[in-house]
Design a protein. Structure first.
Length: 94
């Protein structure tokens, strides 16, 4: 099982959030730095089957909606792989 961690502790800006996604998931410079690109990466491109997102309660108020959308994207990815040989899961550590 390959696991990855996205650390959002004290994240204040949207581009910083996407940089932390890029680092946590070991993505290359081609990562599009938006939520559509995040979906594409976790659903098609990375071999990670478990993602931990931590520091969610410490992000700026402006990013809380984005973090909630990330949670929805991760749940959608989990559901899309539930019946496969390669199940996916995630956790949020606040």
């Amino acid at each position: 099982m390959y696991q990855a961690t996205i650390d959002l502790t004290d994240c204040k800006y949207l581009m910083d959030l996407h940089e932390r996604i890029k680092i946590g998931l070991h993505l290359d410079e081609g990562y599009g730095r938006n939520l559509d690109a995040f979906w594409d990466e976790i659903n098609r491109n990375i071999k990670c089957n478990f993602i931990t997102v931590k520091g969610c309660k410490t992000v700026s108020k402006d990013l809380r909606g984005t973090v909630e959308i990330m949670r929805e994207i991760l749940e959608r990815n989990k559901q899309s792989w539930v019946h496969s040989r390669y199940p996916f899961d995630y956790e949020f550590i606040d």
